[in-house]
Design a protein around this ligand. Structure first.
Ligand code: ATP
Ligand code: MG
Length: 356
């Protein structure tokens, strides 16, 4: 069986370091590993509309931004198929049939959806489409016959929901019609859910606590220098705390042994730096400058690549158009198999509705 990846992002803003740590970096590594036959990267505009239905302009404007971010981090359109969700009607049809396989109670139990509802302050006016987005995600994943979904931790309940739908569908309509996917989380635990610069649990476009991949050098520096650390660490000589200290969480996510040699040779490792901070006598400014140098090392080449593509928007547009065309072929093929399994293909097989 072909090894296939499906993953994507909502075009609700530019992509940020959380996306990079939680998913994008891994995608590029998997793409370049040559182990996967098909890689589908989806710009989930239809899903973004479920909680931005009153601001379609925002979603539309960000499609190109996300595409530019993809190309800048090294996703290669010759290997990875980048496409736009709303242009593939087959996904909507699959969602419609899968809706019958999920109960309302089950949707309401989804912990990610629960916290997102709280965050968006929907109260009792939750759009049905928003509550159902885990079902549409199941359609996305299964339409491309993906077996691997590289995402951050917040997506685990979605993949679990997909797996349940697949099992139920296959049980009722025919074994092996749909493929049960597995989630691929980042190796590094802190990358599974990178906190925001304000110390909040998750860096998220909707919370405005992000370092964007396209931020300028100056913006990044300003954001890093304003990062949440330890409110009890007022003077340099005070002992510092690591727990909930965003700068150290980011160092856990991004620092490598060679960074010490290059930017902070007086410390041999992150453990040594942490020990000094906890003991007291190490100021926040010093560690923030170190973190800034490390982040810049990651972002500088991404920024440069972005500039090149920004000069050639026509090419980016063609990449999306071509990718969407290719993706649609696969989705149409799966939908045909699904309808055949459900015996809904009446006009291909007359007996289905004429024979008693
Ligand atoms: P929104 O606020 O609109 O939901 P978002 O910032 O949560 O935006 P998504 O487009 O929902 O971003 O997420 C895309 C992918 O990036 C998912 O795989 C998700 O797990 C991953 N991701 C997003 N934020 C983080 C984060 N802070 N840490 C790790 N992974 C993340
Ligand atoms: Mg999200």
């Amino acid at each position: 069986m072909a090894k296939t990846i499906l993953t994507g992002d909502r075009p609700t803003g530019k992509l940020h370091l959380g996306h990079y740590a939680g998913s994008l970096k891994r995608r590029v590594e998997l793409q370049n590993s040559g182990e996967f036959e098909n890689i589908f990267i989806m710009i989930a505009d239809a899903q973004a509309l479920t909680d931005n239905f009153d601001n379609p302009e925002k979603v539309r404007q960000n499609i190109l931004e996300v595409a530019l971010d993809y190309l800048s981090v090294g996703l290669d359109p010759k290997i990875s198929t980048m496409f736009i969700q709303s242009q593939i009607v087959e996904l909507t049809e699959l969602t419609f049939y899968y809706m019958n396989l999920v109960t309302l109670a089950r949707l309401q139990l989804n912990p990610t959806v629960k916290s997102e509802i709280q965050m968006r302050d929907f109260k009792s006016s939750i759009p049905v489409g928003f509550l159902c987005y885990p079902i549409s995600q199941a359609a996305d994943i299964t339409a491309f016959r993906a077996d691997t979904v590289p995402v951050g931790e917040d997506q685990c309940p979605m993949i679990e929901q997909t797996r349940e739908i697949v099992r139920k569908f296959n049980h009722i309509y025919g074994e092996d019609v749909l493929i049960e996917p597995k989630v691929l989380l980042p190796d590094n635990a802190v990358c599974m859910r990178l906190p925001g610069i304000d110390g909040k649990a998750k860096m998220s476009k909707s919370l405005g606590n992000c370092i964007y991949l396209s931020d300028t050098k100056e913006d990044v520096k300003k954001k890093v220098m304003s990062m949440f650390t330890d409110p009890l660490h007022l003077k340099v000589e005070d002992p510092g705390h690591l727990e909930g200290n965003t700068v150290f969480t980011y160092l856990d996510a991004f620092s490598k042994p060679e960074h010490f040699e290059k930017y902070l040779p007086e410390y041999a490792s992150l453990d040594e730096l942490k020990a000094h901070y906890t003991k007291g006598g190490l100021g926040d400014v010093k560690i923030k400058k170190f973190l800034n140098a490390i982040i810049e090392e990651t972002l500088e080449p991404i920024r440069e690549k972005r500039k090149v593509y920004e000069q050639d928007i026509d090419t980016v547009y063609d990449i999306l158009k071509e990718g969407t065309k290719r993706a649609k072929e696969t989705a149409a093929d799966t939908l045909a198999k699904v309808k055949e399994a459900m015996k809904l293909n009446y006009f291909e097989n007359k007996e289905l509705i004429t024979k008693k």
